[in-house]
Design a protein around this ligand. Structure first.
Ligand SMILES: Nc1ncnc2c1ncn2[C@@H]1O[C@H](COP(=O)(O)OP(=O)(O)O)[C@@H](O)[C@H]1O
Ligand SMILES: [Mg+2]
Length: 231
């Protein structure tokens, strides 16, 4: 049994008369501490899948097992607990609270969960020891994303879900963020959604989406070092 098992997962959206098959019979497995890239062009269904994995949306049919529990059977209250305690999210545009400092953003997340890590220690770990009392507007994009990552991992989540985490960053800064995420997969299972093929080279496993379906699943035999990435 794998750590994550997605089976026959369907998710449709209705817009007027149109039915969009955002996830159309998705099947894959992910092992604990795997660093996985979900790759595909815009509209392929990547974010839909990530939101289902994170309990932010519900599938139409199928199952999503995480650590031996089928989260698709959770009721609303169980889903809230799941999102709170088991999942860390990192978004393209950081989504920090602008009137709270870096430290306060992380502390707020820690207040909600059962087994948080120490906010200062986590901010140190992501390389922000000298920025803890700054507000988001006083931070560069890369620093803001580090705060967002600190906030996500301070919850001590089982899985870390990242939707285009380098999408708003320049190349060098993006690489530093990828290095950080890659290292975090030693402690948590990390799933990164991207449209950037180059990023898939640093993954253990690549799940390729196209038009709501899985086109290919591959295990990288030669995992590229983040430092060697170019785009
Ligand atoms: N909440 C929604 N309501 C209606 N359509 C949606 C919604 N979310 C996504 N879609 C549609 O589902 C398809 C897949 O979207 P998405 O998962 O966001 O793709 P990706 O992240 O790969 O760009 C797209 O056609 C998108 O327009
Ligand atoms: Mg998306």
């Amino acid at each position: 049994m794998s750590y994550i098992e997605v089976k026959n997962c369907y998710k449709t959206y209705k817009i007027g008369q149109n039915i969009i098959k955002a996830n159309d019979d998705i099947n894959f497995t992910i092992e604990k501490n795997e660093f996985v890239v979900i790759l595909g062009s815009s509209g392929a269904g990547k974010s839909t899948m990530l939101n289902l994995l994170g309990g932010m949306d519900r599938l139409d049919s199928g199952s999503i097992q995480i650590d031996n529990i089928d989260i698709s059977k959770y009721n609303d209250k169980q889903l809230i607990e799941y999102r709170r305690n088991d999942v860390g999210f990192v978004f393209q545009f950081y989504n920090l609270i602008s009137n709270l400092t870096a430290k306060e953003n992380v502390e707020l997340a820690c207040e909600l969960v059962k087994n948080p890590l120490n906010p200062i220690e986590v901010l140190n770990e992501v390389g922000l020891s000298n920025r803890i009392n700054n507000f988001p507007t006083q931070l560069s994009g890369g620093e803001a994303q580090r705060v967002a990552i600190a906030r996500a991992i301070a919850k001590n989540p089982k899985i870390l879900l990242c939707d285009e985490p380098t999408g708003a960053l320049d190349f060098q800064t993006g690489k530093q963020i990828l290095k950080l995420l890659r290292n975090l997969s030693k402690k948590s299972t990390v799933i990164v959604v991207t449209h950037n093929y180059e990023i898939s080279k640093i993954a253990d496993k690549v799940i390729k989406f196209s038009d709501g379906k899985i086109k290919e699943i591959s295990i990288n035999q030669n995992i590229m070092k983040v430092d060697d990435l170019e785009w």
